[in-house]
Ligand binder design. Structure first.
Ligand SMILES: [Zn+2]
Length: 338
Protein backbone atom coordinates (compact mmCIF):
# COMPACT_ATOMS: atom_id res chain seq x y z
CA UNK A 1 0.00 0.00 0.00
CA UNK A 2 1.28 3.48 -0.85
CA UNK A 3 1.83 5.54 2.29
CA UNK A 4 1.98 9.23 1.33
CA UNK A 5 3.52 10.57 4.56
CA UNK A 6 7.19 10.72 5.39
CA UNK A 7 7.02 8.70 8.61
CA UNK A 8 6.52 4.97 8.42
CA UNK A 9 6.67 3.60 11.93
CA UNK A 10 6.07 0.41 13.84
CA UNK A 11 5.69 -0.40 17.53
CA UNK A 12 8.01 -3.22 18.59
CA UNK A 13 8.18 -4.63 22.09
CA UNK A 14 11.60 -4.63 23.73
CA UNK A 15 13.07 -7.96 22.63
CA UNK A 16 13.49 -10.86 25.01
CA UNK A 17 17.22 -11.32 25.62
CA UNK A 18 17.28 -14.76 23.97
CA UNK A 19 16.04 -13.25 20.67
CA UNK A 20 17.66 -9.83 20.45
CA UNK A 21 19.94 -10.98 17.60
CA UNK A 22 16.87 -11.94 15.55
CA UNK A 23 15.22 -8.58 16.20
CA UNK A 24 18.37 -6.73 15.12
CA UNK A 25 18.45 -8.82 11.94
CA UNK A 26 14.71 -8.13 11.45
CA UNK A 27 15.29 -4.39 11.62
CA UNK A 28 18.26 -4.59 9.24
CA UNK A 29 16.94 -7.05 6.69
CA UNK A 30 13.15 -6.71 6.83
CA UNK A 31 11.98 -3.36 8.24
CA UNK A 32 14.65 -1.11 6.70
CA UNK A 33 14.26 -2.40 3.11
CA UNK A 34 10.51 -1.85 3.40
CA UNK A 35 11.01 1.80 4.20
CA UNK A 36 10.31 1.84 7.93
CA UNK A 37 12.01 4.89 9.42
CA UNK A 38 10.59 4.89 12.97
CA UNK A 39 10.54 2.21 15.65
CA UNK A 40 8.63 2.96 18.84
CA UNK A 41 9.95 0.42 21.32
CA UNK A 42 7.51 -0.67 23.99
CA UNK A 43 9.81 -0.92 26.99
CA UNK A 44 7.55 -0.19 29.97
CA UNK A 45 9.83 -1.24 32.87
CA UNK A 46 11.79 -3.85 30.90
CA UNK A 47 15.06 -1.94 31.13
CA UNK A 48 17.88 -2.24 33.68
CA UNK A 49 17.35 1.20 35.21
CA UNK A 50 20.46 2.08 37.21
CA UNK A 51 18.77 4.63 39.41
CA UNK A 52 15.70 2.49 40.05
CA UNK A 53 16.61 -1.21 39.92
CA UNK A 54 13.54 -1.84 42.09
CA UNK A 55 11.29 -1.32 39.04
CA UNK A 56 12.99 -3.75 36.68
CA UNK A 57 10.32 -5.61 34.73
CA UNK A 58 10.45 -9.04 33.09
CA UNK A 59 13.76 -9.86 31.36
CA UNK A 60 14.91 -6.23 31.28
CA UNK A 61 17.00 -4.88 28.38
CA UNK A 62 20.58 -4.00 29.19
CA UNK A 63 22.18 -0.70 28.22
CA UNK A 64 24.39 -2.69 25.83
CA UNK A 65 21.26 -4.20 24.25
CA UNK A 66 19.79 -0.74 23.74
CA UNK A 67 23.01 0.44 22.07
CA UNK A 68 22.99 -2.56 19.71
CA UNK A 69 19.39 -1.73 18.72
CA UNK A 70 20.33 1.91 18.34
CA UNK A 71 23.28 1.03 16.10
CA UNK A 72 21.24 -1.02 13.65
CA UNK A 73 18.57 1.68 13.56
CA UNK A 74 21.09 4.46 12.88
CA UNK A 75 22.80 2.43 10.19
CA UNK A 76 19.43 2.32 8.42
CA UNK A 77 18.26 5.89 9.17
CA UNK A 78 15.54 4.59 11.48
CA UNK A 79 14.59 6.70 14.49
CA UNK A 80 14.32 4.69 17.72
CA UNK A 81 11.89 6.07 20.31
CA UNK A 82 11.30 4.40 23.70
CA UNK A 83 7.79 3.83 25.00
CA UNK A 84 6.37 3.48 28.49
CA UNK A 85 2.81 3.32 29.85
CA UNK A 86 2.57 6.15 32.32
CA UNK A 87 -1.04 6.13 33.50
CA UNK A 88 -2.94 2.89 32.89
CA UNK A 89 -1.77 -0.62 32.01
CA UNK A 90 0.10 -0.96 35.30
CA UNK A 91 -1.18 -4.53 35.57
CA UNK A 92 -2.66 -7.17 33.33
CA UNK A 93 -2.40 -10.62 31.90
CA UNK A 94 0.58 -11.75 29.82
CA UNK A 95 0.65 -13.05 26.28
CA UNK A 96 1.13 -16.82 26.06
CA UNK A 97 3.87 -17.91 25.82
CA UNK A 98 5.22 -15.19 28.07
CA UNK A 99 7.02 -12.43 26.23
CA UNK A 100 6.92 -9.82 28.96
CA UNK A 101 3.83 -8.05 27.66
CA UNK A 102 0.85 -7.45 29.94
CA UNK A 103 -2.54 -6.67 28.45
CA UNK A 104 -5.55 -5.28 30.24
CA UNK A 105 -8.23 -7.88 30.75
CA UNK A 106 -11.86 -7.71 31.81
CA UNK A 107 -12.46 -11.34 32.56
CA UNK A 108 -10.04 -12.07 35.36
CA UNK A 109 -10.37 -12.11 39.12
CA UNK A 110 -6.80 -11.12 39.75
CA UNK A 111 -4.07 -9.63 37.63
CA UNK A 112 -0.31 -9.21 37.68
CA UNK A 113 0.95 -5.79 38.75
CA UNK A 114 3.71 -4.43 36.53
CA UNK A 115 7.05 -3.51 38.08
CA UNK A 116 6.28 0.06 39.19
CA UNK A 117 3.34 -0.96 41.38
CA UNK A 118 5.17 -4.04 42.66
CA UNK A 119 7.94 -1.74 43.91
CA UNK A 120 5.62 1.10 44.97
CA UNK A 121 2.16 -0.19 45.96
CA UNK A 122 1.33 3.30 47.25
CA UNK A 123 1.35 4.60 43.64
CA UNK A 124 -1.62 2.34 42.80
CA UNK A 125 -4.83 4.30 42.20
CA UNK A 126 -6.73 1.17 43.28
CA UNK A 127 -4.69 0.64 46.43
CA UNK A 128 -6.78 -0.92 49.15
CA UNK A 129 -9.44 -2.16 46.77
CA UNK A 130 -9.79 -5.73 45.60
CA UNK A 131 -11.90 -4.88 42.59
CA UNK A 132 -10.14 -5.46 39.30
CA UNK A 133 -10.97 -2.90 36.63
CA UNK A 134 -9.25 -4.01 33.41
CA UNK A 135 -5.82 -2.80 34.53
CA UNK A 136 -4.41 -0.71 37.33
CA UNK A 137 -3.44 2.95 37.02
CA UNK A 138 -0.90 5.24 38.61
CA UNK A 139 -2.36 7.69 41.15
CA UNK A 140 -2.21 10.97 39.27
CA UNK A 141 -2.12 13.01 42.50
CA UNK A 142 1.00 11.28 43.82
CA UNK A 143 3.96 13.67 43.80
CA UNK A 144 6.27 10.77 44.63
CA UNK A 145 5.00 8.80 41.63
CA UNK A 146 5.63 11.75 39.33
CA UNK A 147 9.19 12.13 40.62
CA UNK A 148 10.02 8.45 40.05
CA UNK A 149 8.32 8.44 36.64
CA UNK A 150 10.28 11.51 35.50
CA UNK A 151 13.54 9.86 36.60
CA UNK A 152 12.62 6.76 34.60
CA UNK A 153 11.83 8.93 31.56
CA UNK A 154 15.22 10.63 31.87
CA UNK A 155 17.17 7.41 32.14
CA UNK A 156 15.33 5.75 29.26
CA UNK A 157 15.70 8.77 26.97
CA UNK A 158 19.39 8.98 27.86
CA UNK A 159 19.93 5.27 27.15
CA UNK A 160 18.08 5.48 23.82
CA UNK A 161 19.75 8.85 23.04
CA UNK A 162 16.20 9.86 22.15
CA UNK A 163 14.63 13.24 21.55
CA UNK A 164 11.12 11.77 21.76
CA UNK A 165 9.31 9.41 24.11
CA UNK A 166 5.90 7.76 23.86
CA UNK A 167 4.26 7.77 27.28
CA UNK A 168 1.20 5.63 26.46
CA UNK A 169 -1.80 6.90 28.50
CA UNK A 170 -4.31 4.68 26.69
CA UNK A 171 -7.28 2.73 28.05
CA UNK A 172 -7.41 4.47 31.42
CA UNK A 173 -10.66 3.35 33.01
CA UNK A 174 -9.96 4.01 36.67
CA UNK A 175 -8.51 7.48 37.11
CA UNK A 176 -9.98 9.64 39.85
CA UNK A 177 -10.84 6.93 42.39
CA UNK A 178 -8.76 7.84 45.42
CA UNK A 179 -9.85 10.63 47.81
CA UNK A 180 -7.26 13.09 46.48
CA UNK A 181 -7.87 12.35 42.78
CA UNK A 182 -11.64 12.44 43.20
CA UNK A 183 -11.41 16.18 43.95
CA UNK A 184 -10.71 16.81 40.25
CA UNK A 185 -12.53 15.85 37.07
CA UNK A 186 -10.99 13.03 35.08
CA UNK A 187 -10.25 15.44 32.24
CA UNK A 188 -8.35 17.75 34.62
CA UNK A 189 -6.47 14.88 36.24
CA UNK A 190 -5.36 13.28 32.99
CA UNK A 191 -4.49 16.52 31.21
CA UNK A 192 -2.51 18.01 34.11
CA UNK A 193 -0.52 14.76 34.53
CA UNK A 194 0.27 14.48 30.81
CA UNK A 195 1.09 18.20 30.52
CA UNK A 196 3.52 18.01 33.42
CA UNK A 197 5.30 14.94 31.99
CA UNK A 198 5.40 16.74 28.62
CA UNK A 199 6.89 19.84 30.31
CA UNK A 200 9.54 17.61 31.86
CA UNK A 201 10.36 16.06 28.47
CA UNK A 202 10.42 19.51 26.80
CA UNK A 203 12.74 20.89 29.47
CA UNK A 204 15.29 18.30 28.43
CA UNK A 205 14.79 19.19 24.75
CA UNK A 206 12.47 16.33 23.88
CA UNK A 207 8.97 15.78 22.56
CA UNK A 208 6.11 13.58 23.72
CA UNK A 209 3.78 11.12 22.00
CA UNK A 210 0.62 9.66 23.54
CA UNK A 211 -2.26 7.42 22.47
CA UNK A 212 -5.39 9.40 21.58
CA UNK A 213 -8.28 7.27 22.85
CA UNK A 214 -8.90 9.12 26.13
CA UNK A 215 -9.31 12.38 24.20
CA UNK A 216 -12.24 11.10 22.12
CA UNK A 217 -15.86 10.70 23.13
CA UNK A 218 -17.87 7.55 22.48
CA UNK A 219 -20.95 9.79 22.21
CA UNK A 220 -19.51 12.06 19.55
CA UNK A 221 -17.86 9.33 17.50
CA UNK A 222 -18.58 5.82 16.30
CA UNK A 223 -15.83 4.36 18.49
CA UNK A 224 -16.11 1.77 21.26
CA UNK A 225 -15.10 2.45 24.88
CA UNK A 226 -11.54 1.25 24.34
CA UNK A 227 -10.97 3.54 21.36
CA UNK A 228 -12.77 6.48 23.01
CA UNK A 229 -13.87 7.62 26.47
CA UNK A 230 -17.31 7.41 28.07
CA UNK A 231 -16.31 8.73 31.51
CA UNK A 232 -15.52 12.40 30.94
CA UNK A 233 -11.80 11.96 30.24
CA UNK A 234 -12.42 13.25 26.72
CA UNK A 235 -12.52 16.84 28.00
CA UNK A 236 -8.73 16.56 28.32
CA UNK A 237 -8.50 17.26 24.57
CA UNK A 238 -9.19 20.95 25.34
CA UNK A 239 -6.57 21.16 28.10
CA UNK A 240 -3.56 19.38 26.61
CA UNK A 241 -0.52 21.09 25.17
CA UNK A 242 -0.78 21.11 21.36
CA UNK A 243 2.86 20.14 20.93
CA UNK A 244 2.06 16.58 22.04
CA UNK A 245 1.80 14.19 19.08
CA UNK A 246 -1.32 12.04 19.28
CA UNK A 247 -1.20 8.46 18.02
CA UNK A 248 -4.78 7.89 16.86
CA UNK A 249 -5.34 4.13 17.12
CA UNK A 250 -8.36 2.24 15.84
CA UNK A 251 -8.54 -1.52 15.47
CA UNK A 252 -12.15 -2.09 14.39
CA UNK A 253 -13.16 -1.30 10.83
CA UNK A 254 -15.41 1.75 10.51
CA UNK A 255 -17.10 3.62 7.66
CA UNK A 256 -15.55 6.86 8.91
CA UNK A 257 -12.72 7.72 11.30
CA UNK A 258 -13.92 11.05 12.73
CA UNK A 259 -10.96 11.30 15.13
CA UNK A 260 -8.78 12.26 12.14
CA UNK A 261 -10.96 15.37 11.69
CA UNK A 262 -11.38 16.03 15.42
CA UNK A 263 -7.64 16.13 16.06
CA UNK A 264 -7.12 18.39 13.04
CA UNK A 265 -9.79 20.81 14.31
CA UNK A 266 -8.24 20.85 17.78
CA UNK A 267 -4.79 21.59 16.35
CA UNK A 268 -3.01 18.31 17.10
CA UNK A 269 -0.54 16.47 14.90
CA UNK A 270 -1.29 12.76 14.66
CA UNK A 271 0.04 9.37 13.66
CA UNK A 272 -2.41 6.93 12.10
CA UNK A 273 -2.19 3.72 14.14
CA UNK A 274 -3.86 0.53 12.89
CA UNK A 275 -3.28 -3.08 14.03
CA UNK A 276 -3.76 -6.57 12.67
CA UNK A 277 -7.02 -6.20 10.69
CA UNK A 278 -6.00 -5.43 7.11
CA UNK A 279 -9.49 -4.19 6.17
CA UNK A 280 -9.41 -1.68 9.00
CA UNK A 281 -5.84 -0.68 8.19
CA UNK A 282 -6.69 0.14 4.57
CA UNK A 283 -9.97 1.91 5.38
CA UNK A 284 -8.32 3.95 8.16
CA UNK A 285 -5.29 4.98 6.08
CA UNK A 286 -7.46 5.84 3.06
CA UNK A 287 -9.79 7.93 5.23
CA UNK A 288 -6.79 9.73 6.72
CA UNK A 289 -5.34 10.44 3.25
CA UNK A 290 -8.65 12.00 2.18
CA UNK A 291 -9.03 14.01 5.39
CA UNK A 292 -5.41 15.10 5.83
CA UNK A 293 -5.31 18.80 6.79
CA UNK A 294 -1.53 18.70 6.81
CA UNK A 295 -1.63 17.44 10.41
CA UNK A 296 -0.66 13.81 9.79
CA UNK A 297 2.95 12.83 10.45
CA UNK A 298 2.57 9.28 9.18
CA UNK A 299 1.61 5.75 10.08
CA UNK A 300 2.51 4.01 13.33
CA UNK A 301 1.70 0.33 12.87
CA UNK A 302 1.02 -1.43 16.18
CA UNK A 303 1.85 -5.06 16.88
CA UNK A 304 1.49 -6.16 20.56
CA UNK A 305 3.11 -9.53 19.91
CA UNK A 306 6.63 -10.14 21.12
CA UNK A 307 9.16 -8.62 18.72
CA UNK A 308 11.14 -11.88 18.71
CA UNK A 309 8.00 -13.82 17.76
CA UNK A 310 7.30 -11.34 14.94
CA UNK A 311 10.92 -11.31 13.72
CA UNK A 312 11.13 -15.10 13.51
CA UNK A 313 7.78 -15.27 11.70
CA UNK A 314 8.74 -12.69 9.08
CA UNK A 315 12.42 -13.62 8.70
CA UNK A 316 12.28 -17.41 8.83
CA UNK A 317 8.60 -18.26 8.31
CA UNK A 318 8.34 -19.79 11.80
CA UNK A 319 4.78 -20.06 13.01
CA UNK A 320 3.87 -17.20 15.38
CA UNK A 321 3.52 -18.29 18.99
CA UNK A 322 0.94 -15.78 20.26
CA UNK A 323 -2.61 -16.12 18.95
CA UNK A 324 -2.52 -12.88 16.93
CA UNK A 325 1.06 -13.02 15.61
CA UNK A 326 0.15 -14.75 12.33
CA UNK A 327 -2.42 -12.11 11.38
CA UNK A 328 -0.20 -9.21 12.47
CA UNK A 329 2.71 -10.57 10.42
CA UNK A 330 0.50 -11.20 7.41
CA UNK A 331 -0.94 -7.67 7.48
CA UNK A 332 2.53 -6.11 7.78
CA UNK A 333 3.90 -8.26 4.99
CA UNK A 334 1.10 -7.37 2.56
CA UNK A 335 0.88 -3.68 3.46
CA UNK A 336 4.47 -2.50 3.75
CA UNK A 337 5.95 -3.86 0.58
CA UNK A 338 9.35 -3.00 -0.80
ZN1 LIG B 1 -5.16 9.12 43.20
Amino acid sequence: MKIPWKTKGIVLTAPLSEGIDDVIKFIDEYLAPRGFNLIVMQVRYRYRFKRHPEVWGYDPLSLEGVKRLLNVCRKNNIKLVPKMNLIGHQSGFPNEPTDGILHGHNQVLSDIPDALLRAYPSFDEQRGTNEILYSRSICLSSIAAKIVVCELIDELMDAFEADEIHIGCDEVFNAGLCPECSKKTRAELISSWINSLNDHVKNRGGATLIWGDRLLSTKETCYNRWEASDDGSEGAINMLSKDITVCDWHYDKYEKYPSVDIFANKGFRIMVSPWRDKGNLEAFINYAIEHDKGHINGVLMTTWCGSVDLARRLLYGERGKWLHTEQIADTIDKTFTR
